[in-house]
Design a protein around this ligand. Structure first.
Ligand code: 13P
Ligand code: SF4
Length: 303
């Protein structure tokens, strides 16, 4: 009898499907994916894919972004309740209010937003390209939503002031400066690498502040053989697999995104068997949202 993985592989071929997985997914899901990456990588893959079906192992806004970038393809989210609480902190109505209060301001939205919010956005960004995008907007009044931590980190690096919304990721904000200090005390030779969704006092203690794929690139090229990783713990799987001679310590074992962990191998198989759960975006919203995502992809082409 075929194993679960064999069944997935077989059905994937029959359906002409590609499996994309975020770096925070369960290790076994990352391992069966055709491509694992950060939000920016996955957006690019979705845009380039010539498969008929995209099985998106991640959270809702990511699958929605893929559906916007790949119209005509079926985008499946294996677990329909995999959401992102930070993305839900800002609504299109709230953003419209902010725009009214700040006439003439450009809206930069983190990709962790709904399609409706992206449709009200001038340019999207991810944690990998936020700083670069903000540098191109110097001198303009900018509203940044929803992540206050990415917003304040990227604006301080880009040297601009912005109106920053007060959203946050509850997983990253669990990581405290004291956790970093304790980990440094235990592993004094280790470098500290943090995600920009972390609180400012955590980022301030980091040697590097990077997106999840940025962390993977940095870990491979750095001379350091030990690293303390301040982000969701799913990233440790690839860090360890791709750098078997190096040591990686989570800043906080409890930094686990339960939404990212809702996707299992069984659910990937059921998604392919039953072609569920298809993510559809209203075409009018999708058309508007695509402009802001395309702008981001254009600005970050050289990365
Ligand atoms: P990356 O874009 O760095 O993968 O992080 C996004 C994230 O936190 C997923 O919600
Ligand atoms: Fe959302 Fe945070 Fe989970 Fe990323 S880690 S999906 S920002 S809740």
């Amino acid at each position: 009898m075929d194993s679960l993985i064999e069944k997935i592989q077989k059905l994937k071929k029959e359906r002409n499907a590609v499996i994309l997985a975020h770096n925070y997914q369960l290790s076994e899901v990352q391992d069966i994916a055709d491509f694992t990456g950060d939000s920016l990588d996955l957006s690019r893959r979705a845009a380039q894919s010539d498969a008929a079906v995209i099985v998106f192992c991640g959270v809702h806004f990511m699958a929605e972004t893929a559906a916007i970038l790949a119209p005509g393809k079926k985008v499946l989210l294996p677990e329909k309740n995999a959401g992102c609480p930070m993305a839900d902190m800002i609504t299109a109505a709230k953003l419209r209010e902010l725009k009214k209060e700040n006439p003439g301001a450009l809206v930069v939205s983190y990709v962790n937003t709904t399609a409706e919010v992206k449709a009200e956005t001038d340019i999207c960004c991810t944690s990998a390209n936020a700083e670069k995008i903000l540098r191109t907007l110097s001198g303009r009044k900018v509203i940044f939503v929803p992540d206050r931590n990415l917003g304040s980190y990227a604006s301080s690096k880009a040297g601009c002031e912005m109106i920053i919304y007060d959203g946050y990721c509850h997983v990253h904000s669990r990581i405290l400066a004291q956790h970093i200090k304790d980990a440094k005390h235990k592993h004094p030779k280790a470098e500290v690498v943090a995600h920009p969704e972390c609180n400012p006092d955590v980022s301030a203690l980091a040697d590097k502040v990077l997106s999840t794929s940025g962390m993977l690139e940095y870990a491979a090229s750095s001379k350091s053989s030990e690293m303390i990783i301040a982000t969701e713990t799913g990233i440790l799987h690839r860090l360890r697999k791709e750098n078997p001679l190096k040591k990686f310590y989570p800043a906080l074992e409890l930094a686990v995104c339960s939404n990212m962990k809702k996707t299992s191998l069984e659910k990937v198989l059921w998604a392919l068997e039953e072609m569920r759960y298809e993510i559809k975006v209203d075409p009018v919203i999708a058309e508007k949202a695509k402009i802001s995502i395309d702008k981001m992809l254009e600005y970050s082409r050289s990365e």
